[in-house]
Ligand binder design. Structure first.
Ligand code: ZN
Length: 223
């Protein structure tokens, strides 16, 4: 069982389903020449793709174009189905920062054939995630900075106020389809600035004003 931890608390959750939201920032949709969606685009990652602070993203030999997508990640703490907008944030136990690692070339081929994104999004190590801050430690999850540095250079910077579907809407919407369970994670989509990773890169993702940080490096799987 893969577990996630809190920054300053002993609480531990066994990870259930990892939900991810595509194109949740208009500028990112535009940078990949995608239309802005009318409802959230949902895909999943396997729990085995999670890695944590101090570990390494491994670029698979099968891809020549692996991208970083920094994203706020919500941890569900309470079971719910058809959760109202008013109750939605009460189902979130905490917030962290994650990187939705994406094999862009494999994703593009899948899009071209109308195939699912599972392979492009699901390799081992493709879901680095930080420790979590208890929900009441994040002043406003709908107005929180997300940022990513690569080798000391800031490559992505956004604020969750620019989400097309804010976190409370995502929780409510997902729960119209899926029963959300304690330990489920929601990768909430990436702001603009995605780009390619190379072996040796050092990534630092930060939520808010240094609420929590995630440091990982990048390795290449031998051919
Ligand atoms: Zn993403």
């Amino acid at each position: 069982m893969v577990q996630v931890h809190f920054k300053n608390a002993a609480t531990v959750y066994d990870v259930g389903t990892i939900y991810c939201i595509g194109r949740n920032y208009a500028e990112h949709a535009r940078e990949l020449n995608n239309p802005v969606p009318q409802s959230p685009i949902i895909f999943l990652k396997p729990a085995a793709s999670l890695i944590f602070d101090g570990q390494s993203v491994v670029i698979p030999a099968a891809s020549g174009d692996v991208h970083h997508e920094v994203e706020m990640v919500a941890l569900i703490g309470k079971i719910g189905k058809r959760i109202s907008l008013d109750m939605a944030l009460g189902h979130v136990a905490g917030y962290g920062i994650g990187i939705d690692v994406t094999a862009r070339d494999i994703q593009q081929r899948a899009k071209d054939k109308s195939h699912p994104w599972a392979v492009a999004k699901g390799y081992d190590t493709f879901a680095p995630v930080s420790k979590f801050i208890p929900a009441d430690g994040v002043a406003d999850p709908a107005a929180t900075d997300v940022a990513l540095w690569v080798n000391g250079e800031r490559r992505q910077y956004g604020n969750t106020r620019d989400m097309l579907f804010p976190i409370r809407n995502l929780v409510a919407y997902l729960s119209t389809i899926f029963t959300l369970m304690p330990g489920d994670l929601i990768f909430t989509g990436t702001p603009a600035g995605v780009g390619a990773l190379r072996a040796g890169d050092r990534l630092r993702a930060v939520l808010g004003d240094d609420l929590v940080a995630l440091n990982v490096d990048v390795k290449q799987e031998p051919a």
